[in-house]
Ligand binder design. Structure first.
Ligand SMILES: [Zn+2]
Length: 318
C-alpha cells in the first residue's frame, strides 16, 4: 500500500530524509506549481541536484514519483505560430495556446513523441507516471468541430492514450494516471485502457470534516462515480491534509502550523480503504526549510505513522 507525500521539488531539503523515516512513508512525490516553475526548470534541477536526492531517498526504500502538470511541455506553446490547429479552440471559436490542446489534431503525435522524450529525461525507477493536464478548473478543453462532441474527460482520455503510447516506447510496463480534478472530475465514456489508473484529487472538499460528512457529500459522490469506471484497487487518492499552500491561502497569508485533526484523518483513511483504495497520498506543498524551521515536522510524521498503522490493520483484515 502506497503512503506518499507530494512536495515541491524546491522544498526537497535534507530535513526530508528524517521526515520520511519518522513518518514511515514509502513513497515521495515531487511536484512544481506551473505559475512559479516550468518543466524545463524541473528537469534542470533534476540533472543538477535532484537525481542525487532521489537516489538517497530510494536507497532508504522510498520510491520517488514525479507528479507534474505536463501538457505545456508535451505540446510546446511556441508551436502555436506554426501549427495553431494543434491547440484548443476556445468557446469563442478561436484557436488558443492558453490551456491544454486539440485532441483531434496532429498534436497527439507530438505529445506521443514528447512523452517518450520526457520519460527519457525523467529516468524514473518506477513504472507509474503522473503527467497531468493544465491546472485549471474552468473551460480549458477544445471546442473545435471535431472535439465539440466529446466532453473534456473524453478529450483528456484520448490525449492520455497518446502519452501512454510514448511512455511505452521508453518502458513497456509504463502506467499512466487519469487525474480526477478540475474539469475532468467526471469519468469518460467507453473503455479505460488497463494501464490507465485513477488518481483522485478532491480539491473542493472541506478538510475540517471527514469525507463522509454532509459538507463533503459532493466530493464523495464524484469519487463514487469515478470508481464505477476505474478499478479501486489501482486507484490512488491525492488529498490535501498536509497541503500548507492551501492552508496558507496560496501565499496570501504567512505560513502557519498545519492543523492535525486525527478524527478526520482516521475517518478519511478508513473511508478510502473501505472503498478498496490502496494508495493514499497527500499534497505537502510549501513544506520546505522555512516551514520546517518554524513549525517542525510533528504533524507530518504523526500523519504518516497513523496512516501506516491503519493500512497495516486493513492488510490483516484482507
Ligand atoms: Zn479540437
Amino acid at each position: 500500500m502506497k503512503r506518499s507525500v507530494v512536495i515541491l521539488y524546491r522544498d526537497f531539503c535534507d530535513e526530508w530524509f528524517d521526515i520520511l523515516k519518522k513518518g514511515e512513508f514509502n513513497t515521495l512525490g515531487l511536484h512544481f506549481i506551473p505559475s512559479e516553475n516550468s518543466m524545463e526548470e524541473y528537469l534542470q534541477w533534476l540533472s543538477e541536484r535532484g537525481r542525487a536526492l532521489i537516489g538517497r531517498a530510494e536507497a532508504m526504500g522510498v520510491q520517488v514519483e514525479h507528479e507534474l502538470h505536463a501538457f505545456r511541455y508535451l505540446l510546446p506553446r511556441e508551436m502555436f505560430a506554426e501549427k495553431p490547429e494543434y491547440f484548443r479552440m476556445n468557446a469563442a471559436g478561436e484557436r488558443s495556446a492558453d490551456f491544454n490542446l486539440c485532441a483531434s489534431s496532429g498534436a497527439l503525435a507530438v505529445v506521443e513523441e514528447r512523452a517518450y522524450d520526457l520519460a527519457r529525461r525523467l529516468r524514473q525507477s518506477g513504472h507509474d507516471y503522473y503527467l497531468w493536464a493544465d491546472d485549471v478548473a474552468e473551460d480549458c478543453f477544445c471546442h473545435c468541430p471535431a472535439c465539440a462532441g466529446e466532453k473534456p474527460s473524453a478529450q483528456y482520455l484520448k490525449i492520455l492514450k497518446s502519452i501512454l503510447a510514448g511512455l511505452k516506447k521508453y518502458g513497456a510496463h509504463a502506467r499512466l494516471c487519469y487525474l480526477g480534478y478540475g474539469a475532468i472530475l467526471t469519468p469518460p465514456d467507453g473503455e479505460i485502457p488497463e494501464d490507465i489508473f485513477l488518481e483522485f484529487a478532491p480539491f473542493w472538499r472541506k478538510l475540517q470534516s471527514p469525507m463522509q460528512a454532509e459538507e463533503n457529500r459532493e466530493s464523495a459522490a464524484l469519487l463514487g462515480v469515478l470508481l464505477k469506471k476505474f478499478p479501486a484497487h489501482s486507484a490512488e487518492i491525492l488529498d490535501y491534509w498536509l497541503d500548507e499552500s492551501m492552508h496558507s491561502g496560496w501565499g496570501k497569508n504567512p505560513l502557519s502550523r498545519l492543523p492535525y485533526a486525527e478524527n478526520v484523518l482516521k475517518a478519511d483513511f478508513g473511508y478510502y480503504m473501505d472503498l478498496g483504495v490502496r494508495a493514499v497520498k497527500t499534497f505537502g506543498t510549501y513544506l520546505g526549510k522555512e516551514y520546517l524551521a518554524q513549525f517542525g515536522d510533528r504533524e507530518i510524521a504523526d500523519y504518516g505513522k497513523l496512516l501506516k498503522k491503519m493500512q497495516e490493520k486493513k492488510e490483516k483484515e484482507l
